[in-house]
Design a protein around this ligand. Structure first.
Ligand SMILES: C[S@@+](CC[C@H](N)C(=O)[O-])C[C@H]1O[C@@H](n2cnc3c(N)ncnc32)[C@H](O)[C@@H]1O
Length: 295
């Protein structure tokens, strides 16, 4: 840490229990994220740095600023970006992506399938959404099928990065060899990695707060992929979110979450996939009377 930054951090005011509780509540109420007491110094440092940037001297003054009208809303979006964990990478969970690949291969071979919709919920800077896109591109395009990928996140700043589709060259290390030639433009030696025009044209990124999924028009999705988002939420909230996502699946569609992110949840529309490596559910097919039936 450089000298100037260390000097700056030392002037960040101490946060008392009351202030910590207020910020914890605000964050949870608006994003669902539950900030554990051990993360008080993270909150204090992140808020302190931002308060210095905007010229606020106390947590109270900054809190009031966040609550005040359109200016507060803009400031809030900057803060959300600073407080959320945005770690991600291409094909982050290989077993889960292999499961999606299997499903997409079936759709490619299915004569009644014309197009496949894939949704990355909590997509961060886009690597997860583009990984889904690469799978779709590899299997559906040669079979003459269409596909569309949607990535949604609460942070407008990561969404901007996702739309740009530009990554550091070393991000390619996470991409399986079979996919390296599918989703990217030719890379100059030592250059940046750029998602292909074709994949970008089929991908769309928009701001959706997972607490407010009812405001999202996305319906009848074939793949809903939601990993490493729910872990920051209380269990009752995870359950509520999954209940909504279940309803956004097309019959036969799959919901993939992170392993161990929700062990005791079930839904009448879904069949769990029995696997020790993947946590996923399949939406039951509708029968001729429109009721859902076991596959
Ligand atoms: C750790 S990243 C996970 C990224 C990706 N899903 C993965 O597994 O690699 C968590 C993402 O969830 C987003 N997030 C947190 N709370 C959210 C909310 N209430 N609504 C939508 N996205 C949220 C964050 O902005 C962040 O980009």
């Amino acid at each position: 840490m450089n000298h100037q930054l260390r000097a700056g951090l030392s002037t960040i005011p101490e946060m008392d229990d009351t202030q910590f509780g207020r910020w914890q509540n605000l964050l949870e109420e608006r994003t669902g994220m539950c900030l554990a007491p051990q993360r008080r110094s993270f909150l204090q440092t992140s808020l302190g740095i931002r308060m210095r940037e905007v010229g606020c001297d106390s947590y109270e003054e900054y809190y009031q600023r966040i609550l005040s009208g359109p200016v507060g809303a803009i400031e809030w979006s900057t803060l959300v970006d600073r407080l959320t964990v945005q770690e991600t990478r291409f094909f982050r969970d290989p077993d889960a992506f292999a499961f999606v690949e299997q499903y997409v291969q079936q759709k490619a071979a299915d004569p009644s399938t014309e197009s496949v919709d894939l949704w990355s919920v909590g997509c961060s800077s886009g690597e997860e959404a583009y990984s889904l896109g690469m799978i779709a591109e590899r299997w559906l395009t040669p079979a003459g099928k269409q596909y569309a990928v949607t990535g949604t996140d609460i942070s407008t700043i990561v969404l901007r990065k996702a739309r740009a589709g530009k990554y550091q060259g070393r991000a390619l290390d996470w991409v399986p060899a079979d996919y390296a030639g599918i989703g990217f433009k030719e890379m100059a030696p030592g250059g940046a990695l750029e998602v292909s025009d074709r994949l970008r044209q089929r991908s769309c990124f928009s701001q959706v707060n997972i607490l407010n999924l009812s405001a999202s028009p996305l319906q009848s999705q074939h793949v809903i992929y939601c990993q490493n988002v729910l872990i920051y939420f209380r269990r009752w909230r995870r359950r509520e979110i999954l209940n909504v996502l279940a309803e956004r699946l097309a019959p036969g569609g799959i919901l993939v979450i992170g392993l161990g992110e929700m062990v005791d949840w079930q839904h009448p529309l879904l069949e769990p996939v029995h696997s020790s490596r993947v946590s996923a559910f399949v939406r039951k097919q509708a029968n001729s009377t429109g009721e859902t039936a076991r596959r």
